[in-house]
Structure formats: structure tokens, C-alpha cells
Design a protein around this ligand. Structure first.
Ligand SMILES: [Zn+2]
Length: 425
């Protein structure tokens, strides 16, 4: 190697070290880090707390027809006690009062928990069976409690009602008219059960729920680190299964949430935390022995996978329109082959759909490999997801499928990926 080449080499390496240092030391998170507790629960909402409570009765009735509630007093008592411990000790009692709180287990293997109107929280058995510590479960429940305290569910419904033009701005959803509005929303959302289980919150609402979870866990003397541990557990499960947990892809990225949660944990005074790990394990083992869901959850294998399209996705096009319109909750499999060059003329800049293990500042997905195949649903969407050489994706909200390369400086790229898109029918 001549001197100039060595010099160039060092320059190249230093550049990436600098970029790496910048990325790891400088938080890429947008928005303020602090939460003003007096503002929680406020903001645009067409549903009053009283009406929310009223509707929650109807919601529970319908929802429990849609979903199978685990009929088991032992685990029911346990989950209720855990939830109540969090509620009772919170220093934000004004956000907790006025709801008819309940905690129930859904006989579903899907790893999920969700909040509905009026403080009705549901945890799937699949979540309990897949976490390993009591404080991880407490973290998941505390997060859902946070959604209720922040009035996120009713706020989201208010937004959807407006978007769906069911009502005019300024009208309050209440009384019988309100019930009609809600039923039509549930119909759009695929039934009451699916509506709440798949409700998507804004990034700010997710942050607020995580913040409230940290505060409430600390107040109840559950180690708030359990929430971080919960997210790490989910990430690990995703990796082991090689399939994404669908709702994680609709939430803010895990690394960002962990950063946010860690910051708020660091602000807490020192406290002694405790959990009953032995009881948790015994309940978990007890649940594992309970009969499986009666309503057979449709397995992916039972649906037929059909090849929809084969496309050439060029490396130098920002977003490639596949002209495929996906429906809500549709599942697709994408397979990609071939190579693209991230810098024309540079023989080392070729990569497969998996990308190169390099991080730059110009990547739509900052945590994933440079040049990897990525996707989004809807032209305006900024919810990008990784595809790589093969991935199964569950589409929450339908729309046009776009494919792209995980790099923003695309003009000097060459080559194309060959992409096969399969759809479950
Ligand atoms: Zn959430």
C-alpha cells in the first residue's frame, strides 16, 4: 500500500469511527425529554371521562364475546392483585380515579396486552408465558395503565372518528349517538376485540405511557428496570423466532424506548424494590397447563401463500412503488436476491438485500445495515421496516407497498434487487 492509500484508508476508518461515536453518544431521539405531569390526560378528546366509563360497559360486553377470556380464578386473582398494587401506590391518583379498573387474561397465545376504555385492561396468556420475571409482566401492565391514565384510547378514538368523518369537529361523542359512532368505528376496525388489540397510538402517547409506567412501578416498588427487561425479552423472542412481533413494528423502535425509559429511571430517587418471583413462576406454570384457546387461532401455515409479483427494485430509486395495495391485517412474505452497489465504481460497496454492517447518518432505519432492503406502507408513511433477504410482514393498516434501500444518498448507486412478493390468501 502506498502512503496515499494508507492515508485514505485511515481517513475512511476515522470517518466511520466518528460517525459511530456520534450515533452512540448523541441521542437521535426527537422531542423534549421531560414530561409535565400536569399536562397528562389533557388535549384533543371528544369523549368525557364519564362517557368513557359508560361506553366501557358496552365495550367489555362485546369484547368478551369476541375474545376468549381465560376462565381461571387463580391467575385472575393474581393479575388483579398485580394491577391493583400499581394503581394503589401511584402518586398520580387524580389520573387513576374515575375509572372502573379491571385486569383480565385473554386465552390467546399472541404476545400482547392492551387497554380499552374506562380502565379495562387485557393481558394475553402468551405474554405471561413468555416473560421471565414478575417485574417484566408488571412493566407491560404498568404501560397499559399508562395508556388509560393518559386517556390515549379515548383520544385515539376521537381522532379516528374525525378522520373517518363520522362526526364533525367540535361535536362531543356522547349518549346514544356516541354509541353509534363507536360501533361504526369498531366495524371498520374488524370487531371490538381486534379494534382494541390492534389500536395504534402516537409516538408521544407511547412515550407518555412508558413514562407513567416507570413512575407507577417505582411508586409501587416494582423495579422499573423490569420495563426495559420486558422490551429486551421481546426483541430476543423476535430474533429467536425469526419473525417480527407485529405490534412492535408499529411502536417507536425498542432502542429509542429503552433510552427514554432509562433516562426517566435515572431521575428516580433510590428505593428498595421487591417482587414475588416464586409466585410469578408458579402462576406462569399454572397457566401453561391450562387448556389452549378454544377458538383456534388461524395459523399462518393454514393460509395459502401465493406469489403475487416479481419486481426489480433499483438501488438508485428512493422509493419504488410496487403497485401492490395491501389490506388491513394482511400478511405478506418478501424474498429478495441480487446485489446493489452503494457507490458506483467502488468494488467494495456491493451488498445483498441484507446490506453492509456500516452505520451512517443517512439511513432511514439508523439501526439497520446500510443498503438493506426496507419497506413502508403508504407513500407518506415514515414507519419504515426492515425486509432484508427474507421477511414476513403483518400489515396493520393497509395501503400501497413501497420498497427502498436503507440509504438516503442513492444517486450514486447501481444495480437492483430482485424481489418476490408472496401474499397469504
Ligand atoms: Zn403502548
Amino acid at each position: 500500500m502506498n502512503k496515499l492509500k494508507i492515508y485514505k484508508h485511515i481517513l475512511f476508518i476515522s470517518f466511520y469511527i466518528l460517525v459511530f461515536l456520534f450515533l452512540t453518544t448523541c441521542a437521535p431521539m426527537k422531542g423534549p425529554w421531560e414530561i409535565r405531569e400536569e399536562r397528562i390526560g389533557k388535549g384533543f378528546n371528544l369523549i368525557s371521562k364519564e362517557d368513557e366509563l359508560e361506553y366501557s360497559k358496552q365495550v367489555v360486553q362485546k369484547l368478551e364475546q369476541d375474545l376468549e377470556i381465560l376462565n381461571d380464578p387463580t391467575s385472575q386473582r393474581y393479575i388483579e392483585q398485580l394491577g391493583k398494587r400499581i394503581l394503589k401506590n401511584s402518586h398520580l391518583q387524580h389520573l387513576i380515579k374515575g375509572y372502573d379498573w379491571s385486569f383480565k387474561i385473554v386465552n390467546s397465545n399472541e404476545i400482547n396486552a392492551f387497554a380499552t376504555l374506562g380502565g379495562k385492561i387485557y393481558v394475553n396468556r402468551g405474554l405471561i408465558e413468555n416473560v421471565e420475571k414478575e417485574e417484566e409482566l408488571a412493566g407491560a401492565i404498568a404501560h397499559e395503565i399508562g395508556h388509560v391514565m393518559g386517556r390515549h384510547v379515548s383520544k385515539e378514538i376521537s381522532k379516528m372518528a374525525l378522520i373517518n368523518a363520522i362526526i364533525q369537529a367540535g361535536v362531543i361523542i356522547s349518549g346514544e349517538e356516541g354509541s353509534k359512532v363507536l360501533s361504526s368505528l369498531f366495524k371498520i376496525g374488524g370487531g371490538v376485540g381486534a379494534f382494541f388489540a390492534r389500536l395504534k397510538f402516537s409516538r408521544d402517547d407511547e412515550r407518555e405511557a412508558d413514562y407513567l409506567a416507570v413512575q407507577n412501578m417505582h411508586d409501587a416498588r416494582f423495579d422499573p428496570y423490569g420495563l426495559i427487561s420486558f422490551f429486551k425479552r421481546l426483541k430476543k423472542i423476535e430474533e429467536e423466532r425469526g419473525a417480527p412481533i407485529w405490534w412492535l413494528s408499529t411502536h417507536p423502535p425498542i432502542h429509542e424506548r429503552i433510552e427514554w425509559i432509562s433516562y426517566h429511571i435515572s431521575k428516580l430517587p433510590i428505593a428498595d424494590y421487591y417482587s414475588d418471583q416464586r409466585r410469578f413462576i408458579s402462576i406462569k406454570n399454572h397457566i401453561k397447563r391450562l387448556p389452549p384457546p378454544k377458538k383456534k387461532e388461524k395459523k399462518e401455515k393454514e393460509k395459502k401463500l401465493e406469489l403475487e409479483k416479481v419486481l426489480n427494485v433499483p438501488g438508485n430509486v428512493a422509493w419504488f412503488d410496487t403497485q401492490i395495495d395491501l389490506e388491513d391485517n394482511q400478511e405478506i412474505v418478501i424474498e429478495a436476491l441480487g446485489e446493489i452497489c452503494l457507490q458506483k465504481g467502488n468494488p467494495k460497496a456491493w451488498c445483498s438485500p441484507e446490506g453492509l454492517p456500516i452505520k451512517t447518518l443517512q439511513q432511514p432505519l439508523p439501526d439497520e445495515n446500510l443498503g438493506a432492503l426496507i419497506g413502508k406502507i403508504g407513500e407518506e408513511s415514515q414507519d419504515y421496516f426492515l425486509i432484508g433477504s427474507k421477511n414476513k410482514i403483518k400489515v396493520l393498516k393497509g395501503g400501497r407497498l413501497f420498497l427502498g434501500v436503507n440509504e438516503e444518498l442513492i444517486s450514486d448507486n447501481a444495480g437492483a434487487f430482485i424481489v418476490k412478493i408472496y401474499v397469504f390468501k
